[in-house]
Structure formats: structure tokens, C-alpha cells
Design a binder for this molecule. Sequence first.
Ligand code: SF4
Length: 345
Amino acid sequence: MQFELIKNFVKDKGLPLYRIGQIREAVFVKGISSWQKATALPAALREDLEKNIKILSFTVEVLQASKKDPVFKALLKLEDGRKIETVLMKPGKTWSVCVSSQVGCPLGCAFCATGKMGFARNLTAEEISDQVLFWYQFLLEQKLGERISNVVFMGMGEPLLNYEEVAMAIKDLSNPDYLGIGQRHISVSTSGVADKFFNLAQDLPQVNLALSLHNADDSERSKLMPINKKFNLETIKEKLEEYLARTGREVFIEYTVIEGENNLPMHVRKLGKWINSIKDNYLLHVNLIACNPAVGKAVATEDSSVKKFASALQGMNINVSIRRSMGADISAACGQLASKNRRKK
Ligand code: SF4
């Protein structure tokens, strides 16, 4: 729900302006999931709100909880019947939400279930920020916590292909009148839509940028991630350098280690060489993730294999961390739940 809606509703109905604050508090502080729970408001106003304003722009179709990790995943049905998914997880002490930015994705990365669904449409800013509001309500209702600390754009879709709505959603989410999540706690993960890096640097310099690289060989990367034919490694490098010069912010390079496909000695060499050729590369940090085997022909990557890859990169003076993949039992990689539940046409 967009905050503007509340303001307009109160003004249009000729209500006293203090109602704006009361409604805001009910939705964004108390996290009510239905207007009837806004007990500070008179019953007639609750009825009126019920008829006129939806708190969320979707309904929940499936909600799954991981048995292994603090991870929840929801399949959401939008007003036009299309479906997206969103994930709530607790990788450390705080809760993070992974949001989708498009229904499907036009980029067709070989390893990605969303890519196999094709592209339907961009999400609106409201549909994006509502995913976070939904998990906030869930945390409060389940008494699991009172705060969402981080938001990552790593769900379905390529966020930089839906730049305007994503930027608006980030501004809404970080608005203290909304959920007030600091922009430094919001990360945009891109497959390499490099012509938008500078927009992000200009408009939202506090937001974290993460680049899903997965291979530093142009021809192999183009097979894995066809967007590489449009923005190849040389172009990404140029645009990253502009971004780093402008923001001075750390950029995360995401690299899913796929056994036998991108973890051979030549892949480490090429990745190290590419990173070391980038100006201000001390600001780059590689996150290695073991491949989640649920998709396609990829097989699970052993931890030892990821550690070997990491130490080879460290040997080339590159900052590197190993990230644990969470929620594999509920297919918490992007697009997997929506593609399983997609109706065949
Ligand atoms: S990995 Fe991201 S960019 Fe690639 S197809 Fe999947 S959703 Fe799209």
C-alpha cells in the first residue's frame, strides 16, 4: 500500500488530518493485515477503509516454511491473476526479505527457473514494496520479530530492467513514514544491466549493488547469461568503474559455483584477472555460493570445492566470502516456487 493513498483518502473524505497518522501507524507500525484490526479507528472508518483501500496488492496463494533454516517463502497472486514469489529469511540475527521485481524475466539465464518462465510484465512499485509489508505483518503475527532489517532484490526478474518502479519502491521502503528501512540495508542484484549502474549511483547512491557474474569468460558467460551478449565483461567493467568512482561504495560480485562448469583453474584465473583489471577494485567483494541443485542439470557443489575456489581467489588478493545457500528444501532460489505452481496454458 502506498502512503499517498492514505493521505488522499483522508483528504477526499474530509476527515481530520490526524487520521493520516493513525492509519499510518496501524499499517506500517502495528502491521495490521485487515482494517478490522485497526482498533484505534472508529468502526465506521474501518468499514469505509475496508471498502476502498486494500492493504496489500495481492493475496497469498502458498506459504511454505523451511524445516532446516529460518526461511519462509510465499507465492503471491496479483490482481491480474499473475503470480510472483517472495522470501523471508534470517541468515544471521536479523530478518531479510528477498523481493521480486518482475513477473517472470526476459533474460533467460540458463541456471534460473524464472528465466525458463519467460516474461509477463514489470511489477509496480506498490507490488514490490507490498512484499516487504506482507512479511512485516507475518513477523508480527507469528511473533517472530519486530523488524525487517534488509531487503534484497534477488527474487524473480531483473530489477534494473524495471528501474523506475524499483527506484520508487526503494524510496517508499526507506521513507520513515513507511517501513523506514535505511537505503544502506537495501541491495539490488543485477545480472549485468550495466547501462543502469550510473542511474543507481546518481539516484540511490546509498543502495548496495550486487552483480551476479558466475563466469568471467565472455563466451561461457554469454551461454549461461545471454545478457552478456549485450553488456559483455568489458562494458560491465567500464560501467562498474564509473559506479565505483561516483559512489566509493563496496560492490558485491555474486558467483554461484557450479561444479565442473565454472570452477576450473582457468575460471579462477579469468575471474581474478578481470577483477584485478578494474580501477578501485579494493571496493569489490566476491561472494561465493554453492550451487543449489534444484534447477536444470546442475549438480550440488561440495563445500570443499567452494573453499578451494575461495582460497585461489584470496591468493590473487581478492576479497572473498563464502555464503551459505538457505532454504533449499522449499526451493528458495528465485522462481522455483512460481514455476512449479504455474498453470499450463
Ligand atoms: S537469474 Fe535473474 S536475470 Fe537471470 S533469468 Fe533469473 S531472474 Fe532473470
